[in-house]
Design a protein around this ligand. Structure first.
Ligand SMILES: NC(=O)N[C@@H](CC(=O)O)C(=O)O
Ligand SMILES: [Zn+2]
Ligand SMILES: [Zn+2]
Length: 425
């Protein structure tokens, strides 16, 4: 194994120091280190963060390898500064058995660009009718701890209750896509002034808020862990704030796009802006940003949702919802939060690693710690060109936008997956 000496790097915003990586771990931290056998990486002007961890990634394999594969999504993740991603279960076949989650886990190991932690489905085929083999997935080689029907809501309260009860035995989590389906039939975008003007059927904020309110009560009743996916409204933040104040075991995520983009994007009729939950209003964005700062929202998760050209470059009504996120998330966080490195490390690495139970991730560089880290140049800017992304899909909402920050290097257990801003393999 090659040793790496990263010189004059700011660790999570602190004064510059050197980091020596040897045998997969951080061997030494301190100014003026020497190591003749090590490859030197000049860290001047760069910030080192614990490798980012994404709680919500769609890798599309098995089933839609034309849109993304475990390998292409892993490469996109590494280029975005990630060292671990949790892969959602809405594949084809659905990841609702030990066999499928083990296949995804194995593909992740083979790609060896990030740690791929499969999420298991809550219900068979995401159909919302009966529980999947949660125990078998938990006991499998993939050691699944997070279960989600993401893409669909576990709408039946009895099933949701049983799922929460079931995973309690192994401290599992149910990650809910909060959408009351009866309130979003035919919905195309956020229900509000813009949807009225455009004449599109709206997806009301209350469809999300009603499910979160119900689920925090169920989680409280059962004493189980609930995670709320892609929180998008100010009202959801208030429900979560109250639940957390009561001590409910609930965590929540927000996506980069819900922190930046509003429903006015729909005026372009460009389906790249179609996503679930939909882009909301400036007031929602303000509430989400405040909740991220004060901890009511625990993490930024990408909801990286690659889609093939034919599923996206069509009429708005027929386009699939979802947008890319892995390669731009840190830049959006930097744009939205500013150089608040400790907060960024907390929301994008330490807390998601803790929620997912990924030991060895989400730990700041220090002697003896697994060398999972990313180096960012905060002063650099880059213009997003969809064709240059590592993802197999092109549906980024940030095309031709100039964003702050550039990932210079990412290390997974001491081996670079990205160097000089380029994927190593
Ligand atoms: N976010 C989306 O709009 N789409 C996701 C599913 C989901 O996260 O609900 C997808 O799988 O494409
Ligand atoms: Zn979802
Ligand atoms: Zn999703």
């Amino acid at each position: 194994m090659t040793a790496y000496l990263i010189t004059s790097v700011s660790v999570v915003g602190a004064a510059p120091t050197d980091l020596l990586i040897r045998d997969g771990v951080i061997a030494e931290v301190g100014p003026g280190l020497t190591a003749p056998d090590a490859t030197v990486v000049d860290g001047t002007g760069l910030v080192a963060l614990p490798g980012l961890v994404d709680l919500h990634t769609h890798l599309r394999e098995p089933g839609r390898e034309d849109a993304e594969t475990v390998e292409s999504g892993s490469r996109a993740a590494a280029l975005g500064g990630y060292t671990a991603v949790c892969a959602m279960a809405n594949t084809s076949p659905v990841a609702d058995t030990a066999g499928v989650v083990e296949q995804v886990w194995r593909l992740g190991r083979e790609a060896a660009l990030v740690d791929v932690q499969p999420i298991g489905a809550v219900t068979v085929g995401l159909a919302g009718e009966r529980l999947a083999e949660l125990g078998a997935m938990a006991d499998s080689a993939a050691r699944v701890r997070i279960f989600s029907d993401d893409g669909h809501c576990v709408a039946d309260p009895k099933l949701m209750r049983r799922a929460l009860e079931y995973v309690k035995a192994f401290d599992g989590i149910i990650a809910q896509h909060a959408e009351e389906p009866r309130l979003t039939e035919g919905a195309q975008m956020h229900e509000g002034e813009v949807s009225t003007r455009l004449g599109l059927i709206g997806w009301p904020a209350v469809a999300e808020e009603a499910i979160i309110a119900r689920d925090v009560l169920l989680a409280e009743h059962v004493g189980s862990r609930l995670h709320v996916c892609h929180v998008s409204t100010a009202g959801s933040v208030e429900v979560l704030r109250q639940a957390k104040a009561r001590g409910v075991r609930v965590t929540a995520e927000v996506t980069p796009h819900h922190l930046l983009l509003t429903d006015e994007r729909a005026e372009t009729y460009d389906p790249v802006y179609k996503v679930n939950p939909p882009l909301r209003t400036a007031a929602d964005i303000a509430a989400l940003r405040a909740a991220l700062a004060d901890g009511v929202i625990d993490v930024i998760a990408t909801d990286h949702a690659p889609h093939a050209v034919e599923d996206k470059e069509c009429e708005w009504a027929y386009a699939r919802p979802g947008m890319l996120g892995l390669e731009t998330a840190l830049s959006i966080a930097l744009d939205v939060l500013g150089p608040e490195w400790d907060l960024i490390a907390e929301r994008m690495s330490r807390t998601p690693a803790r929620i997912a139970g990924l030991t060895g991730h989400g730990v700041d560089p220090a002697p003896g710690v697994p060398a999972n880290l990313t180096l960012i140049d905060p002063a650099a800017h880059r213009t997003i060109e969809p064709a240059e992304l590592a993802s197999r899909s092109r549906n980024t909402p940030y095309a031709r936008m100039t964003l702050p920050g550039r990932i210079v290097a990412t290390f997974l257990r001491g081996e670079p997956t990205v160097l000089d801003g380029k994927a190593v393999k």
